[in-house]
Unconditional design. Sequence first.
Length: 185
Amino acid sequence: MERTCYYFPIGLLLATSMVVIGAADIITDTSAIVALRDHIVSDPHLILTKNWSISFSVCDWIGIICDSGRQRVVALNISNMGFAGTIPPQLGNLSFLVSVDMSNNIFHGYLPEGMSHLRRLSFMALSNNNLTGEIPSWLGILDRLQYLSLRENNFFGDLPTNICDNLPNLKELDLSGNQLSGQML
Ligand SMILES: *[C@@H]1O[C@H](CO)[C@@H](O)[C@H](O)[C@H]1NC(C)=O
Ligand SMILES: *[C@@H]1O[C@H](CO)[C@@H](O)[C@H](O)[C@H]1NC(C)=O
Ligand SMILES: *[C@@H]1O[C@H](CO)[C@@H](O)[C@H](O)[C@H]1NC(C)=O
Ligand SMILES: *[C@@H]1O[C@H](CO)[C@@H](O)[C@H](O)[C@H]1NC(C)=O
């Protein structure tokens, strides 16, 4: 009897703190997605206006896929949405993100270094945008990457020589259609 009395509040306390932690996670992911929304300056299909409403969970927004518990964003697919804008560093706060597909839009500017925090990322498609800068060396940290396409952007500079060594799981790498020079080793 006494044991039950002791265990019950502890169990309750654990359950409560787990809910709070879970809520903090979706709050972090929501602010990252909202930062992305705020950096999009062109929305020809009115996706942001009509669907990405802050009155609903980001898990209900087109292109955002959450885990089954709706606590973390695990995939982002905003390909072919006609979006123009920049990629905010906050995107790197989506620490459970496994897949990002932003291909066929008009994102410009640099890939923010904050994205180097996306350590679970295995799929990254940013092809057919207007991104620029050198191919960042921190991509070599994302060692779960299996697919990486930066095709048809405005990246310049030397080809990263060690990217294949650093990314042991990489099955497909497409950097074509940029202004890169040098050789891939
Ligand atoms: C956004 O669109 C999706 C897919 O069409 C739909 O399931 C969801 O309810 C919409 N969300 C809002 C907030 O309108
Ligand atoms: C993203 O969505 C498009 C259109 O629905 C689809 O063709 C593409 O395969 C999706 N990308 C990923 C990584 O699932
Ligand atoms: C999210 O990312 C930004 C920029 O990288 C950072 O300043 C911020 O502290 C991060 N954390 C949260 C919880 O938003
Ligand atoms: C892409 O960027 C280049 C130079 O950075 C610019 O001249 C061009 O207009 C941009 N294209 C689009 C579709 O925004």
